[in-house]
Structure formats: structure tokens, C-alpha cells
Design a protein around this ligand. Structure first.
Ligand SMILES: [Zn+2]
Length: 256
């Protein structure tokens, strides 16, 4: 797990109080395809799978790093392959472990959970929890990329904003963001809840549940999975990565 600090407080909104203060928290669960030495034998011969979109989210971490700098937001990221353990799935989910790790004995699976899954989820959760309890509105952007072709069909989405449409504050944040993105970059296809549904099992989904129960006030936690088409960011020059990051950080969200 990597943690990159930046300014934590909201931008130029020091005069505001309570829920008016927004703080961005960025995460990147699928930032790399590293397998720790102790587990490499399980992946022998699987180098191609690890390099593919199944092993990681190509390009996502570089965009997340650029956004972190532009927004002055902290970034939590992992560069361990999702094929060891899937940080974006809950304990007990059938995709938490992959075909490489799913048949390990229970004790070994528990060890992987304790060493890789729990520290990541706990540290991010504790950080957001502190901010929410200090009265901030947290806007959590979980940065991902997706493969441009799925089961032989090209996906039309350029950028997908995944959220829970039943949560009005989250929906309104994303609808405004989507409108601005479409206006700024008419060539891109910006979708809500595509290519995946925002309410499917994931880190943001579990955090919504937790903070809605704890805070009993809507709006203290906004969780959005940002899914970027890999065609736009991988492989690509630094300039392209920065321009996607700049597009995502344009005025609307930077002034939140
Ligand atoms: Zn991902």
C-alpha cells in the first residue's frame, strides 16, 4: 500500500464550516500487477494474465497521481495485483480471490486478507472516518481503468462515473460533473454507471453503507468510482495522462 500525502484541507474554503468543506480523497486499488515473492510460485506461467487488464488497471495509477497533485488530495494506492486478492471486493465475495489463490487453504487466505486487504481498507476507512467526524464532506474518487473490448465487443464509454443514483447528493455531484465533462470534451462518451453499475460490490459501496449508518446524514460521504477507457491512457505519453487528469479535475470539481 502506498500513501501519498498532499494538502488535506479543502481548497480556498477556510471561511466555510461543517459540511460546506469538501475534501477529496483519491484511491487506486488496481494500480499495479506485482505479486509478492511468497506467492510467485502460484503465478508461474501466468505472466501474460498478470500483464493484461485482468492483473491490474493499466494507466489508472498515473492518472490518480496526476489528479492527486492537481486537487491537492491524498492518494492511497496499491500496486499488488488484484489476482492475489481483490481490494475492490468485500470479504466473502466470490471474486475476492482469483483462480490462482481461490483454492488455497483457509489459513493462507486469511493471511493474505490480514497482510494485504485489511491494512489497505482500514487505512483508507480510518482516514475518511476522521474527516467525516471533523465535519468535512468527503468526496472519495476511486480511480480505475477498463479494457476497451469486452467479449469481442468494443465499449463505447470513454469515462464512466459510477455512483448510487438513490443518493441524491452523489447523483447531483456526478450529474453536474458529467455535464461539464461532456461540454469540455464533446469527443468523449461520458456515461453514468457504465460500463459497471455503481451499486455493485466495491469499496465505495461498502463505505457508503458504513457512513450512511454512522452519520445518519446524507452528504458526508460521496463515493464515486471513476472508470477510464484504457484506450485513452495506456500506453500513453505523460502529456495524455495529464490531459485526462486535468479534464477530470476541471473547474467543477476543483471548486467543490
Ligand atoms: Zn479497477
Amino acid at each position: 500500500m502506498n500513501r501519498k500525502s498532499a494538502r488535506l484541507a479543502g481548497r480556498s474554503n477556510d471561511a466555510r464550516t461543517g459540511r460546506d468543506r469538501s475534501v477529496f480523497v483519491l484511491t487506486c486499488e488496481h494500480g499495479g500487477n506485482t505479486i509478492p515473492p511468497a506467492y510467485r510460485e502460484l503465478f508461474s506461467g501466468a505472466e501474460d494474465v498478470l500483464k493484461s487488464h485482468r492483473g491490474w488497471d493499466p494507466g489508472a495509477l498515473r492518472v490518480a497521481e496526476a489528479m492527486s497533485g492537481m486537487l491537492g488530495a491524498i492518494l492511497f494506492s496499491s500496486t499488488t495485483s488484484r489476482l492475489l486478492i481483490e481490494l475492490n471486493r468485500s470479504i466473502g465475495h466470490r471474486s475476492l480471490f482469483s483462480e490462482f489463490t481461490g483454492s488455497l487453504p483457509t489459513a493462507e487466505k486469511q493471511q493474505i486478507i490480514d497482510e494485504y486487504w485489511r491494512p489497505y481498507r482500514d487505512e483508507v476507512t480510518a482516514h475518511i472516518d476522521n474527516l467525516v467526524h471533523a465535519g468535512y464532506r468527503v468526496i472519495h474518487l476511486s480511480i480505475h481503468s477498463f479494457t476497451p473490448v469486452w467479449e469481442g465487443i468494443a465499449r463505447r464509454t470513454s469515462v464512466g462515473l459510477l455512483y448510487d443514483p438513490r443518493r441524491s447528493h452523489e447523483r447531483s455531484f456526478c450529474e453536474t460533473w458529467k455535464t461539464t465533462l461532456r461540454r469540455q470534451q464533446p469527443d468523449y462518451t461520458i456515461h453514468s454507471n457504465q460500463p459497471y453499475r455503481g451499486i455493485a460490490d466495491g469499496f465505495t459501496t461498502s463505505l457508503r453503507r458504513q457512513f450512511d449508518i454512522e452519520a445518519r446524514s446524507s452528504g458526508s460521504y460521496i463515493g464515486v468510482e471513476v472508470e477510464i477507457n484504457q484506450l485513452l491512457i495506456y500506453p500513453s505519453a505523460t502529456r495524455q495522462t495529464k490531459s485526462i487528469a486535468a479534464l477530470l479535475c476541471q473547474r467543477h470539481i476543483a471548486s467543490e
